[in-house]
Design a protein around this ligand. Structure first.
Ligand SMILES: [Zn+2]
Length: 470
């Protein structure tokens, strides 16, 4: 049984897809006018782990993610796309392509699986207009001078996700800047373009561009149908974005839009919120520049539960990096071990128990910190058996396969690339062995250094020395 915390019910509930054995997932995608940061990567890694957990449970998944490239965001009164366009001397298309490419590369570096469908907002303007028309027809939207607006008080369930009900919003409303709006909480579905707005399209209501929220309602329905199983995002998406998505989709279809809403908490940097004024936006590239591999960051994400705010610190990353390398080293040792003792039935039982505990952890609201602890406990016990020489080759293989199995969810092991050492390095290794046999330790050490300069390190083990690429 899989359980997830649902932001909608504020409870951990049993997960049951609308269609048996087929899960429909929508991830709110990035806005591609600027670089993605670690907070984004945490959210997408969580969505990836969730998908992998479902697949680990043999469920078929269809995952859809949008790319927000319509240029509707503004900074003050200025179109953000216009700002980026001037700053970088590029067209909107070039800007979106550039940042999308980096975003997708960063995902791949973190072993995040590609969604089955990636859809761009600019390629779905027709679908958005269709949805707006539906909302106008059934009375959930109205037209004023500067565009089409959603009539929030008309949707009785407004506020069910975020708690921001119409009454609460009324109390908290600041002086309304647009006197034509019927209610301060009403939000734009279609905006008539002001002169100079870079991206705009024809519509039955005048040339303009869509509001931010409508794209996710339009595209999720197009690719997944009216009822989704899981919708993900960062906690900053809960209001207004996801609350408005519900109002739009349910206003149009009359059906329950999403079964489970999942949100990742904030990611802070050294105790501070990431912000422009603090200039502390951290990117994956900043981590790589300091010599860390992206998968060490993925490991750090795994040991933090997605519903706990993550405080990123360099110290924390360093600790995660050390632990992550221990896993890689463990697998490396097993791969090269030649175990000659008798079969150890205790290990059979340990494997069975660890597999059960692992499943239990991941299936309980993605408790990856616990699942990682299960893996470490297993590794420590196996290491002890190795030291005591209490296992056979079958035990070794099955232990290796168990961690491989865990990695279907963790995805922290690197792709296995056999890096064969060049001939001259192999010759050096031979020379070193000879020197060691002759007890010429100085020479042996010198050769070790030479091998290191060639990009390899020597691992001395039970089955003789091996070379590992540094
Ligand atoms: Zn969205």
């Amino acid at each position: 049984m899989i359980k997830f915390y649902n932001t909608l019910s504020k409870k951990i509930e049993e997960f049951k897809p609308v269609k048996k054995d087929f899960v429909r997932i929508y991830n709110c995608g990035p806005t591609v006018y600027d670089y993605d940061h670690l907070g984004h990567m945490w959210t997408y890694t969580m969505a990836d782990i969730m998908r992998r957990v479902l697949e680990y449970n043999k469920l078929k998944v269809r995952q859809v993610m949008n790319i927000t490239d319509v240029g509707h965001l503004t900074e003050g009164d200025v179109d953000k796309m216009l700002l980026a366009s001037e700053r970088e001397k590029k067209t909107p298309g070039q800007i979106c392509e550039f940042y999308t490419k980096i975003f997708m590369e960063n995902r791949r570096k973190l072993n995040i699986l590609e969604p089955h469908i990636i859809c761009k907002a600019t390629e779905h303007i027709k679908e958005m207009q269709g949805l707006i028309k539906k909302l106008l027809d059934n009375g959930y939207a109205y037209k004023i001078t500067d565009g089409i607006y959603y009539n929030v008080p008309k949707f009785k369930d407004y506020g069910k996700l975020s708690g921001n009900t119409v009454e609460k919003l009324e109390v908290g409303a600041r002086i309304e800047v647009n006197p034509e709006k019927k209610h301060p909480a009403d939000f734009a579905l279609w905006i008539i373009a002001k002169p100079g707005h870079l991206m705009q399209w024809d519509s039955p209501w005048g040339r303009g561009y869509p509001g931010w929220h409508i794209e996710c309602s339009a595209m999720s329905t197009k690719y997944l149908g009216d009822e989704l199983d899981i919708h993900t995002g960062g906690e900053d998406n809960i209001f207004p974005h996801h609350e408005n998505e519900i109002a739009q989709s349910e206003g149009a279809t009359g059906k329950k839009f999403v079964r489970i809403w999942m949100h990742t908490r904030f990611l802070n940097i050294e105790g501070e919120k990431m912000s422009k004024s603090l200039g502390n936006f951290m990117r994956l590239q900043d981590i790589e520049k300091k010599g860390f591999e992206p998968l060490a960051l993925r490991y750090l994400f795994l040991i933090t539960h997605y519903r706990t705010p993550l405080n990123f610190t360099w110290e924390g990353l360093k600790a995660a990096d050390t632990a992550w390398k221990r896993v890689l080293e463990f697998m490396d040792v097993l791969k090269n071990l030649k175990a000659k003792s008798g079969h150890n039935e205790e290990i059979d039982k340990l494997i069975e128990k660890s597999k059960e505990e692992f499943s239990e952890a991941i299936n309980f609201d993605l408790d990856t910190p616990k699942a990682v602890a299960v893996m470490f406990d297993f590794m420590n016990k196996i290491n002890k058996f190795i030291a005591e020489k209490k296992l056979d080759q079958k035990n070794v293989l099955e232990s290796y396969n168990l961690v491989k199995d865990f990695d279907k969810v963790f995805a922290i092991l690197k792709e296995e690339k056999e890096t064969k050492a060049p001939k001259d390095v192999l010759k050096l290794l031979e020379d070193r062995e000879k020197a060691r046999k002759e007890k010429d330790w100085t020479k042996a050490d010198e050769i070790r250094e030479k091998i290191k300069k060639n990009g390899f390190m020597i691992l001395d083990g039970d089955s003789g020395p091996r070379l590992k690429k540094i």
